[in-house]
Ligand binder design. Structure first.
Ligand code: SF4
Ligand code: MG
Length: 285
């Protein structure tokens, strides 16, 4: 259909990044909040719509390109980082964003993801983590917790989950971050920093799937509550090891949550050897 195109000299607004497509996620899906946060961030990115490209794989999150009024490609299962790599390498003038999920990005496309990160291609990867396969109706994913009972694991999953942040750090990603669908302020601040970063940026976004894995992050949120600086919302970038005052450091526990620990009590190698910017405590859950 016809769309209003703003004049070249007119600043873009959030509505300029919405398409005429009907958004087809389940009611209450966390994807809506991420989409809204992203669309309202895009005007401040300051890049013309024709120079922004969304590349996705397959899954619920991968419907993103239909809803963001820029160029985009709903590509092949797990292969969005490879396609985005080709695009970013041949057109360095573009702002290239990959949208993927925990299944698409860490299982089917795990290989593509780690190599895009180690090559430090100038792409921004948003990995929506709902710890389940949503589109195919609820099978356990590479981030589902041990013992997770699903249709494909009726007696409970036997697999230890990936921690996407640890995986990205292990692949020597130059920008690693985690945020959450429900915290627009924090998510947008991370998007801004990712956009400014030259090279690959990896952002894990906790995303609620109310249909197949409702409140998967509730225990993490509960554990983090009221402990400023220990939130699951952390930002990591390459740099010097972090040290808090009073002999405190940060490590990721096995559930992927950052916890503040006494440096004396844990081995040096357990600490994140990356600069950790702990956001304002108001960002904590
Ligand atoms: Fe969202 Fe889950 Fe529905 Fe997919 S299945 S659209 S992730 S609520
Ligand atoms: Mg998923």
């Amino acid at each position: 259909g016809l769309r209003l195109v703003p004049r070249a000299d007119e600043p873009l607004k959030m509505k300029d990044f919405k398409t005429d497509q009907e958004v087809r996620w389940c009611p209450g899906c966390g994807d809506y909040a991420i989409l809204a946060a992203f669309q309202s961030f895009l005007p401040e990115l300051g890049v013309k719509r024709e120079n922004v490209v969304m590349v996705s794989g397959i899954g619920c999150s991968s419907r993103f390109p239909y809803y963001v009024d820029t160029y985009g490609m709903h590509s092949i299962h797990g292969r969005a980082p490879a396609i985005a790599t080709g695009l970013a390498a041949s057109r360095p003038d573009l702002s290239v964003w990959v949208v993927t999920g925990d299944g698409d990005g860490l299982s089917i496309g795990g290989n593509h993801l780690i190599h895009a990160l180690r090559r430090n291609v100038n792409i921004k990867i948003l990995l929506f983590n709902n710890r389940i396969y949503g589109l195919t109706k609820g099978q356990y994913s590479p981030t589902s917790e041990l013992g997770k009972v699903t249709k494909s694991t009726p007696m409970g999953s036997l697999d230890t989950p990936f921690n996407p942040v640890s995986l990205a750090l292990g692949a020597e990603a130059s920008f690693v971050a985690r945020s959450v669908d429900s915290d627009r302020k924090h998510l947008q601040s991370v998007l801004r920093e990712a956009a400014d970063h030259q090279g690959s940026a990896f952002i894990e976004i906790y995303q609620n799937c109310p249909i197949f894995n409702d409140d998967a992050f509730a225990p993490l949120k509960e554990a983090d509550r009221g402990t400023p600086g220990s939130g699951g919302l952390i930002r990591l970038q390459h740099g010097e090891p972090v040290r808090f005052g009073g002999g405190k450091g940060v490590r990721l526990n096995r559930y992927g949550t950052a916890e503040v620990v006494d440096v004396d009590e844990v081995g040096e190698d357990e600490l994140l050897v990356h600069d950790v910017a702990v956001p304002d405590p108001s960002y904590a859950f």
